[in-house]
Design a protein around this ligand. Structure first.
Ligand code: ZN
Length: 190
């Protein structure tokens, strides 16, 4: 029997769904995500965790889909704040999150993790602005996409930004690491 990749249950109530809606649903990954969540929730027993992270640490890392910080750092629900963006950079929003993490939720350590093969190594601000101008007819000149050409230096820069912030206490340890997407290993950056 030929099976589509849609999970069981994706066709539930199909009589009520128009054919154009079905086309949209079949293109979306959402039914698969919801199906996975049903499985997760069916065995869920961590509904009473406190809000402050148990291990009092905040991780700043890249959104890259190959990185699974919970797995490669051995984190469970409730253990740590994991702040992710393109590159794992210290933009205003990452700093906002780190300050909230420390001042309101008790984290006492920061770990910055960039990684080999990061997409942020593959473009410049000028190229990104040019691409957007071509596709949307306008340039977001005010946006620095924070690409980098030197991986080690990018970690040093973000660690320094955190250490030098007026709103990060001096006694907070801030470490920099690089994750290797081919081996799954972490290496410290001095
Ligand atoms: Zn990346």
């Amino acid at each position: 029997m030929k099976r589509s990749h849609a999970p069981a249950g994706a066709d539930k109530g199909s009589a009520l769904v128009s054919s154009s809606m079905k086309a949209v649903i079949s293109m979306s990954v959402l039914p698969e995500l919801l199906s996975a969540n049903e499985h997760y929730a069916s065995a869920f027993n961590k509904g009473d965790l406190p809000v402050p992270p148990r291990r009092q640490v905040a991780i700043l890392t890249c959104m890259d889909a190959r990185l699974n910080p919970a797995k490669f750092l051995g984190l469970e629900e409730g253990d740590a704040h994991v702040i992710r963006n393109a590159g794992g950079r210290t933009d205003d929003d990452a700093m906002r999150s780190l300050i909230i993490s420390q001042q309101l939720l008790g984290t006492k350590e920061v770990v910055v993790i960039h990684h080999t093969g990061c997409g942020m190594l593959s473009f410049t601000n000028d190229e990104m602005h040019g691409l957007l101008a071509e596709r949307f007819g306008e340039q977001p000149d005010s946006i620095d996409f924070l690409p980098f050409s030197d991986l080690v230096q990018s970690v040093r820069d973000d660690v320094a930004t955190i250490r030098n912030s007026s709103f990060i206490p001096n006694d907070i340890p801030v470490s920099g690491l690089i994750y290797d997407v081919h081996t799954g290993k972490l290496e410290a950056v001095d």
